[in-house]
Every structure is written in C-alpha cells, then in structure tokens.
Design a protein around this ligand. Structure first.
Ligand code: AKG
Length: 280
C-alpha cells in the first residue's frame, strides 16, 4: 500500500481552482501515467471484443453471445457500477491523483459513488443534455464527475459538450425523453427548454481527466468517426459528509479520502485505506 507520506500529492494551482469555480469543469492533463493508460486501453478493448469473462463474477450477467464491439455496446451501453464487482474498476475509481484533485474541489473528505465505462465505438450515440445531480442527489449538494479519457476525444468521435456557467443554475425538473436519434441514446432523459447556446467542446487527450460539477449541463453526441472508439471511464464522487440515498445510500459507497461521521464501505479488492485529507 502506498501512503500519503510516500507519494507526492497532486496539487491544483489557484488558477485551476478558479477555473473550475467559474466554468464548472476542469481538465487536468496527463493525470494517468502511460502505464495506467495502457492498462485501461487493453482492458477496455478486451471488453469491447468480449474477451473478458464475467461468468464467474457474482452480480454480473453472463457473457453476451455477440463478439463485436457493437454487440457489447448494445448489451452494455455503459458498464455501470462494475467497481462493485471487478478489481480494475475499483482500482481506478480510487486512483490517488484523481482523489487529490477531488479533495481540493469538493473535499476534504471524499466518497466514491458511481462508475461507468463507456466504449462508444464508431456510429454509437451519446446522451442528450442533462445535469448529473438530477439523478444523484447529495446533501449538501457536492456531486462531481471525473471523466478519464481512454481515447483522444474530439467533436468527430463524440467528446463531451459543456455549457459553462450552468453549474450556478438549479437542477431543472423539466426533463423528457428525447426522440431516438443518431446522436442520442433512446430512453435517457433530456433537460427541456434551456439555453445551450454557450456550449463548448470538452476535447481531451487519452490520459487526461476532466472534472465537472454535478449541476453543469452537458451532453455527448454520436461517434461519427469511421474507425475511432471514444472510450472513457467516468466516476462520480461527493463530499463524504454529504447524505445520499442514491445507489444504496452512504453505507454502499466507499470512503475514498479523509474521514466521515456517516456510514460507508471499504474497498473490496485491495487493502486501500483512505489517505488523510490535507495538503492539497
Ligand atoms: O461520456 C459520455 O458520453 C457521457 C457521460 C455523461 O454524460 C456523464 O457521465 O454524466
């Protein structure tokens, strides 16, 4: 186990903190090492090609009959909450430099709530405009996403789009189901009647991590490329002293950094101990 005293914490500059406060998102370049990125690249490509055998894993469905990335994408539009079942998903939701950034943005105490791995092979849709805190409610409201780019992501392969400033807006209750389109996955809700004119593209290089506020209006569109995947591992966190009923409540979520008076759980696949907060 690596402790806080053996490792240099990743520190944000004042400019980065200000940028996150003002814009509602922050890209931290190269937060994953080339080795870590290589591991996620290999693993997620194995998933896409149906080479990972989940048949013995408690709580997961047996393997699909299909063998192509498109089959897997249809079966698992997103591999959601696999950190509760599979070691590598747990290890990257608890990635120490990501937790350092979260400690500075929403901490000092941090809990890991949700994980989703998206493959998004060529031709596959994204998700229409939404705010994550509509779904995952935390009190105090401290939700933050950390979006790890496994591939370079840009307009062509369907990177995320953000509307900066909307992190100051309340959570809209006016949501509907969008028409099924090439761009958007059917069945996932869309915020109605909001001004999205200020949308910016959140382009990222593989290994970058984009942090975004739970109120920030965002979407991602279809992967229009011929041959490029747009894979990402996106995890959601909140201050560990915030109450939530989402996903089984506080006692189902891992205390990732610092301490809390609330119930929580521990990592299942390692001897991970939350580092003490401080010094970021
Ligand atoms: O990566 C994507 O395509 C969508 C991610 C997203 O919308 C989210 O994590 O809330």
């Amino acid at each position: 186990m690596t402790t806080a005293t053996q490792r240099e914490k990743h520190r944000l500059s004042c400019q980065q903190r200000r940028f996150y406060g003002q814009q509602g998102y922050l890209k931290v370049e190269g937060l994953l090492t080339p080795q870590e990125l290589g591991e996620l690249d290999q693993y997620s490509m194995d998933l896409a090609l149906n080479k990972v055998d989940f048949s013995g894993v408690e709580g997961l469905n047996p393997r699909t009959q299909g063998t192509t990335p498109a089959d897997m994408e249809d079966k698992y539009f997103r591999f959601i909450q696999f950190h509760r079942h599979v070691e590598i998903h747990e290890r990257y939701i608890l990635h120490p430099p990501i937790l350092d950034v979260l400690e500075a943005l929403i901490g000092p105490d941090v809990m890991a709530i949700q994980s989703m791995l998206f493959l998004k092979p060529p031709g596959k849709p994204g998700q229409a405009f939404h705010q994550d805190s509509y779904y995952i409610k935390t009190f105090p409201d401290t939700l933050c996403g950390a979006w790890i780019a496994i591939d370079d992501a840009d307009e062509e392969n369907g990177c995320m789009g953000f509307v900066p400033g909307t992190q100051f807006d309340p959570i809209s209750q006016d949501v509907g189901l969008p028409e099924s389109t090439k761009d958007f996955q059917a069945g996932l809700t869309e915020v109605q009647g909001v001004d999205t004119g200020g949308e910016i593209l959140a382009e990222a290089r593989a290994g970058d991590v984009v942090f975004f506020h739970g109120h920030l209006l965002h979407r991602s569109r279809q992967n229009r490329s011929q041959h490029r995947f747009r894979r990402c591992y996106v995890c959601h966190y909140a201050n560990a002293r915030a109450y939530t009923e989402w996903g089984g409540g506080n006692s189902a979520h891992i205390l990732a950094r610092g301490t809390t008076h609330l119930p929580h759980t521990r990592a299942k696949f390692s001897d991970f101990e939350p580092e003490p907060a401080g010094g970021v």
